[in-house]
Design a protein around this ligand. Structure first.
Ligand code: SAH
Length: 349
C-alpha cells in the first residue's frame, strides 16, 4: 500500500468532519509542503530576493545597523521569521558586523528540513516555533521576507444568498472550493453589500495576530521590524490564493502539500495591528523605491567594479529586484518600530 499523502489526510478529514475553510486547507497544505522540502532556487519551486542577490540581505543588514546605531547601540537580538535557507540572515549579519553590530541570532521556523539548512549556515542560531518564546531582555531587530504570504487566509465569497465563507469539499478525486456556512453579511462593512456576486475578500487572522505580537514586543522592549512581501495596501476585493510549482502557477486546490500556497499580504491590516499595540508603522514603500533609497544602484556598481566578469549577472539581479515589471512594485516594504526609536530610512515622510 502506498503511504498516506497530505491529500489523503485532508480528504479523510473532510469526509469525517465536512467541508473545511480555505484557511484550514492552506494551513495543512503548507505545513506539509515546507516540512518535507527546501523549495527555493532553480531546482525548487520558486526563488526569493535574497536568493537572487547578496545585495538584498546586505542592504537590510545596513538598514538595521543604521537604526540600531542611532538608537544608541544597545545589545540586541536579530530575529528572522521563515528564514528559508538562511541566505538573507548571512548577508545581513555580515553587513551588521561591519557596522559593529553582533546580535544573537533567532529563527522562527517550523520546517525541520529548512531548520537543518539554516543551522548549517548559522550554527549558533536559536530556533523558535513561534514568536511567543523570543527573548524579552533586549531590543529585537526583526526581518520577515516572504513569510506572511505563506500564512493561511480565510476567504469570503458573495453569493446570491449573501456572503459566506469559502470552504473546500472533496469531490473524489478533486478538492473543490464552495461557499458554505452561515451568511456573514451582518459582520461585514456596508460597502461590501453591493459587491458583485462571486466577489471574494480575504483576511488573514494569523498574520494580524503575529503583527500584533511583534508590535507588542517592540513597544515593550524596543527595536524594529522590517516586513517585505508581495501584497496590497488593502483592504481589497479579490482572490489572491495561488499555487506555484516548478516556477509556474498551478491550481491551488490540486495536490495539497506538493505546491507552495500563498496569498497577497494585506499591509494595511498589518500596520493597523501594529499601531494598536503602541508601535509606529511606517508608510508603505514599494521594494523598488525602498532599495533605491537605500542605495542599491551604487552598491551594484561597486560590486561590478570589483568583479567585472560578473557585471552582467549583477545588472540582471538589480533589475529583477527593482524593475516595475519584475519584483519592484508588486513587493511592498513596511517598517514597524518602537515609539522611542529613530525614524527608519527608506520610507517617504
Ligand atoms: N524568507 C526566505 C524564505 C521564504 S519561504 C527567503 O526570502 O528566501 C517561507 C518561509 O517561511 C520558509 O522558511 C517556511 O518554512 C517558513 N514558514 C512558513 N510557514 C511558517 C509558520 N507558520 N511559522 C514559521 N515559519 C513558517
Amino acid at each position: 500500500m502506498s503511504p498516506l499523502t497530505c491529500a489523503d489526510a485532508i480528504s479523510a478529514a473532510i469526509v469525517i468532519n465536512g467541508p473545511i475553510p480555505v484557511a484550514h486547507f492552506m494551513a495543512a497544505a503548507n505545513r506539509h509542503y515546507y516540512a518535507t522540502r527546501d523549495p527555493l532556487g532553480a531546482s525548487g519551486d520558486f526563488t526569493t530576493a535574497p536568493e537572487i542577490s547578496q545585495m538584498f540581505g546586505e542592504l537590510i543588514g545596513s538598514w538595521l545597523a543604521d537604526l540600531w546605531d542611532r538608537a544608541g547601540r544597545p545589545a540586541a537580538h536579530y530575529v528572522e521569521l521563515g528564514p528559508g535557507r538562511g541566505t538573507l540572515a548571512a548577508d545581513a549579519i555580515r553587513a551588521m558586523r561591519r557596522a559593529g553590530l553582533e546580535p544573537a541570532v533567532h529563527f522562527v521556523e517550523t520546517s525541520p528540513v529548512l531548520r537543518a539548512e539554516q543551522a548549517k549556515r548559522h550554527p549558533g542560531a536559536i530556533f523558535h516555533d513561534d514568536v511567543t518564546t523570543l527573548s524579552e531582555d533586549a531590543p529585537l531587530l526583526i526581518v520577515a521576507n516572504e513569510f506572511f504570504d505563506a500564512l493561511p487566509v480565510r476567504q469570503l465569497v458573495n453569493t446570491a444568498s449573501g456572503w459566506r465563507e469559502r470552504h473546500v469539499v472533496w469531490a473524489d478525486p478533486l478538492f473543490v472550493p464552495v461557499a458554505s456556512g452561515p451568511a456573514l453579511d451582518d459582520i461585514l462593512p456596508d460597502h461590501l453589500r453591493t459587491a458583485p456576486i462571486g466577489s471574494i475578500i480575504e483576511t488573514s487572522p494569523a498574520s494580524a495576530a503575529i503583527s500584533r505580537q511583534l508590535a507588542h514586543r517592540l513597544a515593550a522592549q524596543r527595536g524594529a521590524a522590517l516586513i517585505i512581501d508581495y501584497g496590497y495596501e488593502g483592504p481589497a476585493i479579490g482572490d489572491t490564493l495561488q499555487a506555484v510549482r516548478g516556477h509556474a502557477y498551478a491550481n491551488p486546490f490540486e495536490e495539497p502539500g506538493e505546491r507552495d500556497l500563498t496569498a497577497h499580504v494585506d499591509f494595511a491590516t498589518l500596520a493597523e495591528a501594529a499601531r494598536a499595540e503602541g508601535a509606529v508603522a511606517s508608510h508603505f514603500a514599494t521594494q523598488r523605491d525602498w532599495l533605491l533609497r537605500l542605495g542599491i544602484a551604487a552598491r551594484a556598481e561597486r560590486l561590478s567594479a570589483g568583479a567585472p566578469d560578473r557585471s552582467g549577472e549583477i545588472a540582471t539581479a538589480l533589475a529583477r529586484l527593482t524593475a516595475p515589471d519584475q519584483m519592484g512594485t508588486l513587493f511592498k516594504v513596511l517598517a514597524v518600530t518602537s515609539p522611542d526609536w529613530p525614524q527608519p530610512v527608506g520610507f517617504a515622510e
